[in-house]
Write a protein that binds this ligand. Structure first.
Ligand code: GLN
Length: 306
């Protein structure tokens, strides 16, 4: 049943890729394949399903914000993390600076907009950017059960060269006293995390650990403490798709996180992790066909938690 649902969801939504555009504000991302659409389900029993253009490689982009939040929470505890970043959804684009000036203490609204993720990056354990990045990369490799995951350096260089809005956000946060240490070092770490190259199986495995209360379905090892896992799922369901999180909740109804590389990672608690890739994006920066695939799957397999 799941195999048929996944196949139908991909095949019935291939044309939707034509309705969006590949991200080009990071020049290297413009090379992404606009027509690609692939997906993976990894369930909590350890079963794997792959469909469509599942071999597509893409950069993890904002899906990395989930893993950065996991590391920040493990390394600091909830009180410290949420003294520097909020829990509220944002109605502004993911890279907006608008609310930073007016929010109490200049705290970013949540960990999944760029400002909030830059704060979480600064909180990850490590004396410098390289140590912080190594911590996050190792966590991604463990959660995906894939030691070969690496950075796509052309994308990293492209982001670093053109990431002026993120630079403005980070310097504002430094001025407001929310981030400490060297701003450029933290930005490099943030850009590198966004540039980690993965495929849908990697992301579906990460999602399956979160779906399985932090325990890896393949080894039964506890990779994410239960309380951290709970916070992450809650944050995904309120803030995971930027300023269209509410609509996604109504139409799909499961915790998820998107990235401008075209991926949507979704978690069906106690059932499965799902990853879709379709680099053609809507105006919010979410995979235009990816959202439709998630809607189809949610309907066919009754995934909504509501
Ligand atoms: N929404 C995203 O995936 C944004 C990530 C991207 N690297 C940026 O900082 O702009």
């Amino acid at each position: 049943m799941e195999k048929t649902a996944l196949r139908n969801a991909i095949e019935n939504n291939r044309d939707v890729t034509k309705l969006g555009e590949v991200a080009s504000y990071i020049p290297e991302l413009a090379k992404g394949n606009r027509d690609a659409l692939g997906a993976c389900i990894f369930d909590t029993g350890g079963n794997l399903l792959l469909e469509g253009d599942y071999e597509t490689k893409f950069t993890i982009q904002s899906v990395s914000k989930v893993i950065t939040l996991i590391c920040a929470l493990i390394d600091n505890g909830k009180e410290i993390v949420f003294s520097k970043v909020g829990n509220e959804p944002s109605s502004d684009p993911f890279n907006s600076l608008l609310k930073l000036e007016i929010e109490e203490n200049h705290k970013p609204l949540n960990p999944f907009i760029n400002a909030g993720a830059i704060v979480c990056t600064s909180l990850v354990a490590g004396d410098n950017g390289i140590e912080k990045f190594t911590r996050i990369l190792n966590m991604i490799r463990k959660l995906a059960n894939n030691e070969n995951i690496e950075v796509n350096y052309p994308v990293f260089r492209s982001e670093k060269l053109t990431g002026n809005t993120n630079r403005a956000i980070a310097y504002f946060l430094k001025g407001a006293g929310i981030i400490e240490k060297d701003v450029e070092d933290i930005l490099d770490t943030y850009f590198k995390c966004c540039s980690i190259e993965v495929d849908v199986e990697d992301i579906a495995r990460i999602a399956s650990v979160i779906a399985n209360n932090g325990i890896a379905p393949w080894s039964k090892e506890m990779l994410i403490p239960k309380e951290v896992n709970r916070i992450v799922k809650a944050t995904m369901s309120t803030c995971g798709l930027y300023d269209s999180s509410g609509k996604f909740s109504v139409d799909v109804g499961i915790p998820a996180k998107s990235g401008v590389g075209g991926c949507i990672m979704a978690v069906v608690p106690n059932r499965m992790g799902i990853a879709v890739v379709g680099p053609s994006l809507d105006k919010h920066g979410n995979s235009v066909a990816g959202i439709k695939v998630m809607e189809s799957l949610s309907r066919a397999l009754e995934l909504s938690i509501f």
